[in-house]
Design a protein around this ligand. Structure first.
Ligand code: F0G
Length: 482
């Protein structure tokens, strides 16, 4: 998506790739969609792909791969130990991040397991800009306490602040002073902050965090799963970085980190993950846990084909024309919805377009899960699968009380290079219709509630017959249209 201007106005994001392999999609009738969402317990994680038209659940492991990635997969060198394929990835990590040591893991949360087991002791505090579900779960499992110190603007749903993922430096200092540096296992910075709408942090903010970590001798751990989007935002929104190349920005970020870990289901557009460091002591501490939980050090639970694809994917991430596709499509979708009055998180971030359910369905109390209800309603009227990122994605307090999320979001992820603009326009159309008919949407309630990460496989039911009424209105307005 080079900076191409359109002569007659109405600039649209222009793809700098062509589609060579396609996969057939079906849009099942609205009656089937109503049935399907109830078979799935109103949990979009439990829908079957055959019932889904546009899968906007996540960008994890479902980004389109390039011809070069697929070609590289054919060259994979399979062996339990000493695979040449692994050495290629290790060298690419050295080249891009300047980090000597690389530990492979089967995905992002596996890295979180290893890092938490190695560094988190009961009673420890882990300050972070914002939590991610699995990162918090691993920290709490090891007895640690997550402290979120995102800047106040980060939780402001409508804003034009360019770096809502920044950490509040004064709060970081206050936390360290309150608990003492020895109680802080590490500081975790999540790039492209997932749960607040894929919002970036600035390079300047990271430099300030580094200064505080140096002052108190605390490790800085970067969750780089959403690095690609964040790199694009630093390049385009941070004045001081506008003349830096993507490669230079990446290196600057890496130089500020003690440990970088990532989900290669996102970063590198393949499937896998890994932990990087330039510190031998850190490497030695983590190494044995990798062999215990993930596999030998030259595959770590990944298929060598995926390792080849990650190596190429990381190189392709250094291309601005590759990493700008997601953010530009997301901005297009957010801006169109915003213009129509639909409440979305602004400024547009990475990862996906986020509908603000707290406003969209402001008549649904948080105890009836507005974001989950909106996810269910949107699926019924469109076949678009989004992901609840609100109270259902939280864990209950130890005493069993509900922990209401700061934000109730319906995330509509934009897997990279997967959807066309006409598909995005279809989603926009159905969301606008749903917004006009929002009062028909009602709440949902748990009928089966797992204790850990309940959003993955919990089941819910509508609190009234609102879904039937929504389908009746859909049929009245759309007639025979799917
Ligand atoms: N950290 C961040 C910031 C993530 O977004 C994810 C995954 C992980 C860690 C865990 O990585 O899935 O490879 O184990 N996010 C996915 C999502 C699941 O849909 O947002 P993983």
């Amino acid at each position: 998506m080079a900076e191409v201007k359109f002569f007659y106005g109405d600039n649209v994001p222009l793809e700098m790739h062509k589609v060579r392999i396609v996969q057939k999609l079906d849009l099942v009738p609205v009656e089937r969609r109503l049935e399907a969402i109830n078979e799935a317990g109103n949990n979009t994680f439990l829908l079957k792909n055959s019932d889904i038209f546009l899968d906007m659940l996540t960008d994890s492991g479902v980004n389109a791969m390039s011809d070069r990635q697929l070609a590289a997969m054919m060259e994979a060198d399979d062996s339990y130990a000493g695979s040449a394929t692994f050495t290629k990835l290790e060298n690419k990590i050295k080249e891009i991040f300047g980090m000597e040591y690389f530990l492979p893991a089967h995905q992002g949360r596996a890295c979180e397991n290893i890092i938490s087991q190695a560094y988190v002791k009961p009673g420890d505090i882990i300050p972070m800009n914002y939590h991610f579900t699995t990162s918090k779960a691993h920290i709490t499992l090891n007895g640690g306490l997550v402290e979120e110190i995102i800047i106040d603007e980060g939780l402001n749903t409508t804003s034009d602040y360019p770096f809502k993922g920044n950490m509040d430096i004064a709060k970081l200092r206050a936390l360290i002073n309150k608990h003492g540096a020895e109680k802080i296992a590490y500081v975790r910075l999540e790039t492209g902050t997932n749960l607040i709408g894929g919002q970036p942090h600035s390079l300047e903010n990271m430099q300030e965090i580094r200064k505080v970590c140096d002052e108190f001798g605390i490790l800085l751990v970067l969750d780089a799963s959403l690095l690609a989007d964040n790199l694009y935002f630093i390049k385009t929104r941070e004045e001081k970085c506008k003349d830096m190349s993507i490669r230079e920005i990446t290196r600057a970020i890496a130089d500020l980190s003690d440990i970088i870990y990532f989900s290669a289901r996102k970063l590198g557009c393949a499937r896998g993950g890994g932990i990087c460091t330039r510190n031998k002591d850190i490497y030695m501490k983590l190494r044995e846990l990798i062999t215990l939980y993930e596999g030998f050090l030259t595959y770590g639970g990944m298929s060598v084909r995926e390792i080849e694809a990650i190596t190429v994917g990381l190189e392709e991430t250094m291309d601005e024309n590759m990493i700008n596709q997601g953010p530009q499509f997301i901005a297009y979708m957010c801006n169109k919805l915003n213009e129509s009055g639909v409440p979305v998180i602004t400024p547009p971030g990475g990862l996906g377009c986020h509908l603000n359910a707290m406003e969209f369905v402001d008549h649904i109390p948080q105890s009836q899960y507005p974001a989950g209800a909106l996810a269910s309603a949107l699926y019924i009227v469109s076949g678009v699968r989004g992901m609840e990122r609100g109270t259902i994605s939280e864990q209950r307090e130890d005493d069993g009380n509900e922990h209401f999320a700061n934000m109730e979001l319906l995330r509509l992820a934009m897997p990279r290079r997967v959807f066309t603009l006409s598909q995005v326009n279809y989603a926009i159309d159905r969301i606008r219709w749903l917004y006009d008919n929002r009062k028909l949407i009602g709440g949902i309630t748990f009928v089966e509630e797992p204790k850990v990460l309940r959003f993955f496989f919990g089941k819910l039911a509508p609190v009234s017959d609102w879904q039937t009424k929504l389908v009746e209105k859909f049929k009245a307005d759309f007639g025979d249209s799917l």
